[in-house]
Write a protein that binds this ligand. Structure first.
Ligand SMILES: O=P(O)(O)OC[C@H]1O[C@H](O)[C@H](O)[C@@H](O)[C@@H]1O
Length: 289
């Protein structure tokens, strides 16, 4: 579910086009395999809709201005998740929440479109870290959307990294949703000062949720008759976030009912130590069941 103005821009696209929205440069695709919008601020997928379905992702109708990040789609949190500033190079570790990548300008390096779908390769226009490089690969076809974030240590000392593919999944009503796949997983509850818990059965969203689950399993998001599968790669943390009655300033109460975040992440539970020359691929794959 995306803002009307964004949908109108997309409706005028046949094939691939660039556009400008809310101060951001966008790459838009309207093709037989589906609709896809990527913002070059943060290499952020804002929208994906396969044929004969509705959009899988949610974007706030009232985004904050640049250089703030757009709330919605799949923001790339890198090289740290939340306030876990392991790779923060500022002297007092005062770097921005969720890292540098989602605010930074990225460039499209390659777009390989074929009859069944597309593969996009993006990288930041400038290095974001003295020792780390990062790139993103986005694949879309009529069955799935995959986002990969690939970090490499090009320096000469080990670097500790965390991050997240912070997917905002569009739902009819968050309070009607059930998340399956987390039963038995231990979690840290960020709303209770990181108290530990263990998930019993399915997770229903009945109020605010902000939890880091120690799990590498796929999550099935049941939203009425619809189910979206959130798969992941090289991620032992799954973050589930829904702000309920206290949405952030860039989102109305009404709009906040329409998303649930299920994030493939590396967090304090499973930070990645990258030794010189090593690469790490954090991935998520969304698909219908
Ligand atoms: O408002 P943002 O910086 O985009 O963060 C939004 C949310 O992201 C994650 O899911 C965190 O676990 C939450 O604690 C945070 O509130």
């Amino acid at each position: 579910m995306i803002p009307d103005a964004l949908q109108q821009l997309l409706d005028g696209v046949d094939g691939q086009e660039t556009a400008h929205w809310q101060g951001r440069d966008l790459v838009m695709f309207n093709a037989p395999w589906g609709e896809l919008i990527v913002s070059l601020q943060g290499a952020q997928v804002l929208h994906f809709r396969p044929p004969e379905d509705r959009g899988w992702l949610w974007v706030t109708p009232t985004p904050q201005p640049m250089p703030g990040a757009i709330r919605g789609g799949v923001p790339l949190c890198w090289p740290w998740f939340a306030d876990e500033r392991y790779a923060d190079e500022t002297p007092d570790r005062s770097g921005t929440f969720h890292g540098l990548a989602r605010h930074a300008p990225w460039q499209l390096e390659a777009a390989d479109e074929h009859a069944d779908g597309i593969e996009l390769h993006l990288s930041p226009t400038q290095r974001l870290h003295s020792q780390l490089t990062v790139r993103a690969v986005i694949q879309a076809n009529a069955q799935r959307l995959a986002v990969e974030l690939i970090s490499e240590n090009v320096g000469d000392t080990p670097v500790k990294v965390s991050g997240a593919l912070h997917s905002y999944l569009a739902v009819d009503d968050a309070h009607q949703c059930r998340l399956e796949g987390l039963a038995g997983a231990r979690y840290l509850d960020k709303l209770r000062d990181f108290a530990e818990g263990e998930q019993q059965g399915t997770l229903a969203i009945r109020g605010p949720v902000d939890r880091i689950y120690h799990s590498n399993e796929a999550v099935m998001l049941h939203d009425g008759p619809r189910t979206l599968r959130v798969g992941k790669q090289s991620s032992d943390s799954t973050v589930v976030w829904h702000p309920d009655q206290q949405p952030p300033a860039d989102t109305s109460l009404e709009a906040a009912k329409r998303f649930v975040c299920v994030e493939a992440a590396n967090t304090r539970l499973d930070p990645v130590w990258l030794v010189p020359g090593a690469q790490h691929l954090l991935g998520t794959t969304l698909s219908r069941t």
